[in-house]
Ligand binder design. Structure first.
Ligand code: SF4
Length: 85
């Protein structure tokens, strides 16, 4: 059974960040993950094709109610739909 992420600290560093593909700032632009408008297609593709901690990231984003940006290969709207069930 996967353990529930520790979200007790308001700005706790997600436990998977040492394995996160999006920390490779040579290959990606972090702003792709938090666009001001439009669909973040590059970030979504990057998560889905290169990241090995995508499930952990999505679990974290849902547990900490991340309302902006791309997390776990999902958009904010997709996560809102998941929260609604
Ligand atoms: S799924 Fe995407 S946002 Fe999450 S850690 Fe991986 S690359 Fe970063």
């Amino acid at each position: 059974m996967p353990s529930r992420p520790d979200t007790t600290t308001a700005h706790a560093r997600p436990p998977f960040t040492d394995r996160a593909a999006c920390t490779d700032t040579i290959r990606i632009d972090p702003e792709d993950f938090f666009p001001n408008s439009g669909t973040p297609a590059r970030a979504l593709a990057y998560c889905r094709t290169r990241c090995t901690v995508r499930d952990e990231c999505l679990t974290w984003a849902l547990a900490t109610d991340q309302r902006h940006g791309v997390w776990g290969g999902t958009t904010a709207n997709q996560r809102a739909a998941l929260r609604r069930g």
